[in-house]
Design a protein around this ligand. Structure first.
Ligand SMILES: Cc1ncc(COP(=O)(O)O)c(C=O)c1O
Length: 356
């Protein structure tokens, strides 16, 4: 019963097959190969926009390179208080931007609200150069609480950001899960609708959590900034010499919407888990929208679930609001599903959480 994280799962068999195929023969290194060219064209078609696209090995690198493309060393990046870039990346964005400051904004359920953003980013900075130059807004899609910004929320935040002179970054480590959810609300949704059309300038497009072996992309909707990213990517050791093997993974993911099938499965498993826990009498911290379930479980139940083989994390910091509702004898836990989650694992967990 793995609900520790989606990156505890391996890779999708289709990705592994594509890797074996893509690795046959020889091809130019450092991205000068046909597969890399094909992926770049496919990404432009997917978003319906010219893009600058760069493969990197980690989501942390994608985030920090996107931010470096948007924010000067003397700039400020606004992100949710619980954003991965603030709490989980060891200061990578500060390092790669060469000094930008990350500033947290509160928000229930992992999402930045428009009023909170305006209140923080619109605060007069005082005499010029006393405060870092407000530069970029970073949104996590899906959020750290498994919630998903709607198209109009992204557009409203981007509009407010533009009014303050800020660029917009999207941390899409779980973009596939978010997009799959949004498609369930509106069938004709496109990736462009929730990115560049809604004001996003740069996207960290994650594939690893969703079933790639090791494949993330920096996607710039303003390709003019591409040269700068390429230098920074090299300096941060992320220019992968066998780029075609990353390209092979991305092509497998994009082929016949495999990336969406995998994300839909993970999302379905999360819904099944959440509904089962509610039926068993437990409360949820947040609405289930992507592939994360936050549940309030009795503290005494937690070691027993682990004893039975369930893997998951307690998540005390995920949103004060949910935390408070947990009470002294209860704990907010995070359960993440993936493309590899089996319904049997979910059923077993629900059964245990109903009994003990
Ligand atoms: C929202 C979010 N962004 C970025 C990352 C970074 O990914 P990586 O561990 O590949 O650097 C993660 C990983 O957990 C994440 O959850």
């Amino acid at each position: 019963m793995n609900f520790a994280s989606d990156n505890w799962a391996g890779a999708s068999p289709k990705v592994l097959e594509a890797l074996a195929h893509g690795s046959a023969g020889i091809a130019p290194a450092y991205g000068a190969d046909d597969l890399t060219r094909e992926v770049k064209a496919r990404l432009a078609a997917l978003f319906g926009h010219e893009v600058g696209a760069f493969f990197v090995a980690t989501g942390t690198s994608a985030n920090s390179l996107c931010l470096a493309a948007l924010c000067p060393p003397y700039g400020a990046v606004y992100a949710h208080d619980e954003a991965h870039i603030i709490g989980d990346e060891g200061g990578a964005s500060e390092f790669v931007t060469q000094g930008a400051r990350l500033i947290g904004i509160p928000g229930v359920g992992g999402k930045i609200g428009l009023a909170d953003f305006k209140a923080v980013a619109g605060k007069p900075a005082g005499p010029a150069s006393r405060f870092p130059l407000p530069s970029t807004l970073s949104l996590t899609q899906a959020s750290e609480c498994g919630t998903v910004y709607r198209e109009e929320e992204v557009a409203a935040l981007s509009e407010a950001a533009a009014a303050f002179g800020l660029k917009v970054h999207m941390d899409g480590a779980r973009f596939a899960n978010a997009f799959a959810f949004l498609c369930s609300l509106r069938g004709d949704m496109t990736p462009g609708d929730i990115t560049w059309k809604a004001g996003v300038d740069a996207l960290s497009l994650g594939f690893t959590k969703n079933g790639a072996l090791l494949a993330e992309a920096v996607v710039l909707f303003d390709p003019e900034r591409a040269d700068e990213v390429e230098w920074r990517r090299k300096r941060s050791g992320q220019v992968l010499s066998k780029a075609r093997l990353v390209a092979a993974q991305l092509l497998a993911m994009l082929e016949d919407d495999h990336w969406l099938d995998l994300a839909r499965h993970a999302n379905r498993m999360a819904l099944m888990l959440g509904h089962g826990l509610v039926t068993a009498g437990h409360r949820l911290g947040f609405d289930i929208e992507a592939n994360e379930v936050f549940a309030v479980l009795p503290k005494a139940m937690i070691p027993r679930l682990r004893q039975e083989g369930a893997l998951f994390y307690e998540y005390p910091r995920a949103s004060l609001a949910a935390d408070r509702r947990a009470g002294p004898d209860a704990e907010l836990v995070r359960l993440v599903t993936s493309f590899a989650t089996m319904p049997e694992e979910v059923e077993q967990f629900i059964k245990l959480a109903s009994q003990i």
